[in-house]
Design a protein around this ligand. Sequence first.
Ligand code: NAD
Length: 557
Amino acid sequence: PVFPSLTDAPVIRAPRGPQRTAKGWMQEAAKRMLMNNLDPEVAENPAELIVYGGRGKAARNWPAFHKIVETLDRLENDETLLIQSGKPVAVLRTHEWAPRVLLANSNLVPHWATWETFDDLDRAGLTMYGQMTAGSWIYIGTQGILQGTYETFAGAAAKHFGGSLRGTVTVTAGLGGMGGAQPLAVKLAGGVSITIEIDPHRIGRRLDTRYLDEVADSLEDAVARAEAYKAAGEARSIGVQGNAALLVPRLVEIGYTPDLVTDQTSAHDPMWGYLPPLAPDEDGDRLRAEAPEEYRQRAYDAMAAHVRAILELQRRGAVAFDYGNNLRHRAREAGVENAFDYPGFVPAFIRDSFCEGRGPFRWVALSGDPEDIRATDRALLELFPEDARLQAWLTYAAGQIAFQGLPARICWLGYRERDRAGLLFNEMVADGRLKAPVVIGRDHLDAGSVASPYRETEAMKDGSDAVSDWPLLNFGVGIASGAAWMSFHHGGGVGLGFSQHSGLVAVADGTPEAAARLSRCLTNDPGLGVIRHADAGYDLALDVARERGLDLPSLGT
Ligand code: NAD
């Protein structure tokens, strides 16, 4: 009964500029970021309050949204608003250094933590799926996907190819919402890519938006082109139309071994995501409708063939990794017992970053003026001249990324780097180099803020993959350190039952109080990433902890 008809849904756009209607900048920032999450330029389906990631929402329903906005405008500087899965449930007297908002999204007691229970509660209007940054009001559009994919390939370059993918060929598949970032990310890391995609329209879209450079006529043609670019040391992306379950095994047959091999088809969903090979006169939709079991079996067989080929390419010397789509799990279900012989992308390339507390630091200009982001880009390029990966990314992003909603930026920074960036932004607000305060936050996919055994915490050194004390400690640490708002969620990324994670947002409004909060939050939050990995026994994290002065009683540092 509380859901108005969709046609009544308002069009939301956050206020811009240095004037606020709320009683402090933290409340104003929370309000603007909630609204920005629902800006039609940002959200996938704003009428239903869906921001991204399937059904990840910013508020429970429209009445709840309006009530949150209204409450943030009257919230005092010593009060805290509580949000229970998208619904504002209480205003409490706390104190000035407390967060102004605390959010809990989609949490269920572990025994009941399934999609089935969640869906019942959702239908009853009692909860909401918050994904990661949807329900915690810090989503910034597709920039984050490209940057995260770039981090993965840059991580592969650092680990296996001396810091650059120059002179390497990557073979992958899938040019969808996430996968479409692969060719450009490989190119930014200096390499050549061949991306297999079944759907010609997806290929056309990536060509139009310049995420893909060219299309080959056949697999053999793609290989010939790729080898020519590789020999010339040129970074270039090539698409080829076809089914990965046929073309990856074909690489094995023709004896071609790329330097890297991965996949980002929608293998998580065997019925609607991963397409099995079909005969020219076969209609996939019809087969799915009329013979669903046969369709499913063929998809599973195809994924098994695909993974067997990846394993063989790995045996022949390719660096193989899983890109978070559960392809290995599907293949194992279909009988490929050694499907997990190649690693997921986090243990393969991202974990070293996590050991240093490196992760997706992002910020948003409340002025609404793109020039404010350009000023912060320049400031960070000067602050971290020695970080080649950051230099390459920020230089590219400054020239090429179109803003969605409030102007924003993302880059990966580590422990004792994020606090320096945050304090610099605060100074820039104070001395007028920036026209209004800046919101600083991060994804929940970060070094010390998530427990997710099939993704961020896969194959931890000490076997602690499923221990979710760490994100809870992260939530507490953010509150104790003075975040503007903190959130604790369940089920983001990999779905209900599979992850628990916490989000932090702080605000640089140019005041000394903001500097104190930023310094504590942006030190302790990535610090927990170093701590979590040091505790799990990673030498790199232990070195970072020692060198950068973390006090870890059980480890003697
Ligand atoms: P999407 O559904 O938008 O795109 C998948 C693409 O794969 C489509 O273009 C489809 O035509 C193509 N495809 C399907 N079967 C194929 C086959 N057999 N051969 C060739 N092409 C085929 O999905 P997306 O948003 O790009 O996500 C891709 C996968 O990555 C999903 O499984 C998703 O869950 C996973 N994912 C990974 C991460 C991560 O952190 N790496 C994050 C989110 C999602």
